[in-house]
Design a protein around this ligand. Structure first.
Ligand SMILES: Nc1ncnc2c1ncn2[C@@H]1O[C@H](COP(=O)(O)OP(=O)(O)O)[C@@H](O)[C@H]1O
Ligand SMILES: [Mg+2]
Length: 237
């Protein structure tokens, strides 16, 4: 579904992503792991078209999308839930969700999706008329996820959905993410919390200082103390 072929991202003289290739097949959950500053967000930003690629190609559903702007990529079915959530604190839950559908014109489809997701995330229905800023961290993360779902994506990219959340909430968020896959969505999830992400992912990539260090099944990574120690750090395998 998504094919990233040898892409590099530069910020002036800083090379944030160095010739990275990855694929995501339809129906998969793929984890993109790696420490702070590895280039994970830069890679997602390049895929959605928020930063230019210095070299390489990005294809989505068999078509090269390098030259498309972000809006066109969203229309084709790509969506990102950004790191740090970035919900609108002064707007209500409803207003935040409607903004997520800004690229769509199918009113009936928007209303149908809204109902589906409010059923799936009932806390958002409870909070529907409250301001985004009044929600707890976990609720804001759910709001951010559903807002990005409202664009009707085929591939959802999540940037550190567990960041700053209590373990119990993290578990809940990941269960909801795998529930989305069960409904037919394809997911690329960036995480520093490798332990948690690997419970739910099918495959994983590890990025370190802009370079791809590992690619394989989540099972392979999770069950290898050596790999975990080498790439994820001490004391977690
Ligand atoms: N807008 C930017 N301008 C300059 N450097 C940036 C910018 N965004 C990220 N970087 C640098 O690129 C590298 C990768 O950052 P990032 O993609 O945010 O990593 P990650 O998401 O894995 O933490 C880091 O060295 C970071 O300082
Ligand atoms: Mg990041």
């Amino acid at each position: 579904m998504l094919e990233v072929d040898s892409i590099s991202v530069n910020y002036g003289p800083v090379r944030a992503v160095h010739s990275v290739s990855l694929t995501v097949e339809e129906g998969e959950i793929v984890a993109l792991l790696g420490p702070n500053g590895a280039g994970k967000t830069s890679l997602l930003s390049a895929i959605i078209g928020l930063v230019p690629v210095a070299e390489g190609t990005i294809s989505f559903q068999g078509q090269n999308i390098n030259r498309l702007d972000t809006e066109s990529r969203v229309e084709r079915g790509l969506s990102v839930t950004p790191e740090g959530r970035h919900i609108f604190a002064n707007l209500t839950v409803e207003e935040n969700l409607i903004l997520g559908a800004a690229s769509r014109r199918d009113k009936d489809g928007i209303a149908r999706d809204l109902e589906t997701y409010l059923d799936m995330f009932p806390i958002l229905r409870e909070r529907y008329t409250q301001s985004g800023g009044s929600l707890s961290g976990g609720e804001q993360q759910m709001l951010a996820v559903v807002r990005s779902l409202m664009s009707g994506p085929k591939l959802l990219m999540l940037d550190e959905p567990s960041l700053g959340l209590a373990p119990r909430i993290v578990d809940q968020i990941f269960k909801l993410i795998s529930g989305l896959r069960d409904r037919g969505l394809t997911i690329l999830v960036v995480e520093q919390n490798a332990q948690e992400a690997l419970k739910f992912a099918d495959r994983a990539y590890i990025l370190s200082t802009g370079n791809l260090e590992f690619s394989g099944t989540a099972e392979e990574l999770r069950t290898s103390a050596d790999l975990m120690k080498a790439y994820i750090g001490e004391g977690v395998a």
